[in-house]
Design a protein. Sequence first.
Length: 582
Amino acid sequence: MTRRGLLGTLVAASLPAHGQMASRGVTAKARGKSSGLPFLASLSDVAAAAGLSAPVIYGGVDRNAYILEAIGCGAAFFDYDNDGWLDILVLTGTRWEGAPPGTTNRLYKNNRNGTFTDVTAPAGLTRLGWFCGVTIGDYNNDGFEDIFITGWPQNILYRNNGNGTFTDVTRQAGLLHEGNRWGTGCTFVDFDRDGNLDLFVSNYLNFDPKIIPATGKDNICNFKGVPVNCGPRGLQSETQMLYRNNGNGTFSDISVSSGIAKATGSFGLTAVAADFDNDGWPEIYVACDSTPSLFFKYNKDGTFTESGIEMGVALNEDGQEQAGMGLGIGDFNLDGTLGILKTHFNEDTAGLYAYRGKRGFEDVTIRSGLGVETRYVSWGAAILDLDNSGYPDLFWVTGSVYPEVEKKLPQYPQRTPRVLFRNLGNGRFEELLEEGGPAVSAMHSSRGCAFGDFDNDGDLDILIVNLNEPPSLLRNDVKGDNRWLKLKLNATKSNRSAIGARAVVRYGGRQQVQEVTGQAGFLSVNDRRLHFGLGPEQTADVEVHWPSGIRQSFKAVASNRLVTIDEARGIVDARVLGPSKP
């Protein structure tokens, strides 16, 4: 039997007939002595002052009857009107007994002064339902970013009309599926590099409230003796889906012919498409809950092979499945390859994977210092340089899925803090509990998060979805003299969103790679502009690899600038950014 077959058999045998999300029940490692190094980033929640006051309604406040209420949703930073400032899309859910008036997905326009205006209604995006994931991309190559949203029982494609409004074109585009499905992760990806964005959708499980017992109706569904909602274990999993862009505004379902539908038995959540193995073609990685995560390798002939176990990213280093929720993608060890941060359930560590070439990925979680944190159910995540030191840090958000538990077991609260690990630059990270600012220690039940520079001041801010309360908007204020470089990639031959384009930036004897992705975090979308902290370096060398195969190199690019690089013309703009004023 192959290694994949053996591990798959062992995993299947370990799954209970019913139950909850996977957890290893591990004890946290002892914390070592603090490095004492100053951390120059400070995060403060400015959501209320910025105008993000509407709560994200999702499931019950004190009790959830079904797992659909517990998973939550994502958010997006994107520039829908092409004015150079990040706007915000926040998804929502509803409640079984009926949502409060005004519950809807929300689009916020950036006023360029630190505040936002809710433009949901005039944009045509008012919608109520159980929504989960979002991917942003210009699927029709008209120069404006479109929106695809997953959820239960149907997904939605909104075409950006270019005048501040959107139109639901799900049916016309061929994306209205038969029956009820629970779409979660999704990502635009030009898998065949023809210049048109294709669409990958992960599905969580076959959800039918007429069949699945509600909380308290099945004694097996409990958390440490407290009755909770059933799943995902014991429920029927779904397959993943791939739609080819026909180049005329429509898509064709090629899930079967591409081999994507062959991967069965996993509960899919966040999906990220990127060139993980540096062969010039995108792979698709899916964080899966309580089942082996999926890694679809493109065969360059229209088909994919699922190879998560062979690549070392399906299970943890002990060969166990984990409750894969969110994904952060980035070059955390500055080796010129994309690493993976995957978040999990409480009493388990997050997973950190380094790419090792032909050997696939290596689980470096414990040796990197992440074993000190196992307390929280963890969701949206990122590998990002918060203090512009030139060494990417790790950040993720947390929150319980069982609001009923806290009353009987207060050691498992519903609202929990954010998690921040500072990169020490030697292959190790240390958790910062207070140094990141008051917004890091704030308690919320969070899910999706997006990362980007909403105020155009040269550092990375964070948008966070909090269930049944307003979102958080963490403004980052970096002190000191660390420098940065932000790259905006304008594609002409490749897909217009430049999804799949990557930049390699070399500075001070180091190098870092980043790639434009269609989804990350937890069911969310980050700023398309690639942000590199440079430490003290005044300049950096930049290399851009486009999906079309075009490569460009630029020497000694000045730091502290937003540099726009055109696929055909090279650098077309380099401007100094300044902070917005409230």
